[in-house]
Design a protein around this ligand. Structure first.
Ligand SMILES: Cc1ncc(COP(=O)(O)O)c(C=O)c1O
Length: 423
């Protein structure tokens, strides 16, 4: 791995005279040459377009797009989304703090999490976050006590579990009764009445999030309908609900198969919400940043033994991109500068001593050789954010391509960085 350069803006004119994949006019090979591999690169233009598509689809309906930081919480990405007008959805106190450092105010932040620690609840109340999405009767009680002890009132929403199958991968489905998330929707009216009795709490919303990489619009809309009906019923009872938070979850096309159009989805939400007078919140992550990300990696070995499989071994592995190992997720993989020749079926694997460290099996790939640069596509969400330092592999650097130039937004971690926490 080569070292990363300083973080000044680079112009495309500096790019090495290499052909092949470009990211908004910038040679991917030039970024890889400067940063070393593996490295991430993101297109600011793609993130901007994705954000605006969602935001504009709401039209005049009162709404807020809270970017789900869990998809990618690199500071510059959070700042970029904020500059477009996004608000933030945090799934841990670490993400709340990142949101604050990126310039979001507590009023911009919704905070969700199935097991918030006492410290996280204390800090959330102290900050006066827009909403803390409550996941259980016990958490409701803990929040009330913390708020009263501080002489304040915490704004909360209840995360309801509508028992709807998101028809996504079981590891990223959250809306069934058998999942650990939220409270059964039929318990919600009683819990909202309980919140209304609590001196330390004020309910301002209903929250639902049934999973991620969802390609069934029907499942998303049934969950949305259930949440809206609940909010309307609560308002009729005099409980001052102000928003319905539909969570994130909309899938992207990793493999060119059709997926629901975010504009259609949002327009359907608008239709549900228009008669209610309530504000709509959405928490998209993957749809905003997923397609904008590229993981650049070099082939470190190609091997094939008689009667065996043909392996292309990359310098990126499950430490940089865990999704294939974790969910069997599909990502397109291509040479950055194709050599030409007849594609063949190969297994594309990482360098890590785990058999699950594999990006693709029996994948048709154009001929490649040791040293060739490879791109793994659509890795802007749940890529760098899920990276680990297993095998003492330092975290990969990240670059943001914008307006014909690019910038290092995270330098490569060094072994010294890694060891600096240790005695
Ligand atoms: C509570 C919550 N909101 C939003 C999201 C973002 O989901 P996605 O990236 O699928 O849009 C997630 C991710 O699963 C989540 O857990």
């Amino acid at each position: 791995m080569s070292s990363s350069p300083s973080s000044e803006q680079r112009s495309s004119a500096e790019a090495a005279p290499a052909s092949g994949l470009t990211i908004d006019g910038v040679e991917a090979a030039a970024i890889a040459a400067a940063l070393g591999t593996p490295c991430y690169a993101y297109s600011a233009a793609a993130i901007r377009a994705a954000y605006q598509r969602v935001d504009r689809a709401f039209g005049d309906l009162p709404h807020a797009v809270h970017y789900a930081l869990k998809a990618n919480s690199t500071l510059a990405i959070a700042r970029l989304l904020r500059s477009f007008g996004a608000k933030a959805d945090a799934n841990s106190m670490g993400e709340v703090e990142v949101a604050l450092r990126a310039g979001f105010t507590p009023d911009d932040i919704v905070f969700t999490g199935v097991g918030k620690s006492p410290e996280e609840l204390e800090r959330g109340v102290a900050l006066g976050l827009l909403t803390i999405n409550v996941e259980s009767p016990g958490e409701l009680d803990r929040l009330d006590r913390i708020a009263r002890a501080r002489g304040t009132v915490a704004r909360v929403a209840l995360r309801v579990n509508p028992d709807i199958d998101a028809q996504s991968h079981p590891h990223i489905s959250t809306g069934l009764k058998s999942n650990k998330f939220g409270v059964p929707i039929e318990m919600a009216p009683a819990l909202f009445r309980e919140i209304a009795r609590r001196q330390g709490l004020r309910a301002n919303g209903v929250h639902v999030h049934i999973g991620s990489q969802i390609t069934s619009l029907d499942a998303l809309l049934r969950a949305a309908q259930a949440a809206v009906s609940l909010a309307v019923a609560l308002r009729a009872e005099g409980i001052p609900i102000q928003h319905v938070d539909f969570g994130g979850g909309l899938g992207i096309s990793y493999d060119d198969n059709a997926v629901p159009d975010p504009t259609d989805y949002v327009r359907r939400l608008v239709k549900l919400m228009a008669p209610t007078g309530l504000e709509a919140i959405v928490e998209p992550g993957r749809t905003l940043v997923g397609p904008a990300g590229y993981l650049l990696s070099r082939v470190v070995d190609v091997k094939h033994f008689e009667g065996g499989r043909r392996f292309v071994v990359l310098d990126a592995g499950m430490t940089e991109l865990m999704r294939p190992a974790l969910y069997g997720a599909f990502h397109k993989i291509e040479p950055v500068q194709p050599r030409g020749g007849v594609p063949s079926l190969v297994d594309i694997v990482g360098p890590i001593c785990e058999s699950t460290d594999s990006f693709a099996r029996d994948r048709l790939l154009a001929p490649v050789d040791t040293g060739d640069l490879i791109v793994i596509r659509d890795v802007g969400a749940y890529g760098a954010a899920m990276a680990s330092t297993y095998l003492r592999r330092p975290l990969a650097p990240e670059a943001l391509v914008d307006a014909g130039g690019w910038q290092v937004i995270r330098r490569r971690q060094t072994l010294d960085d890694l060891l600096s926490l240790e005695a």
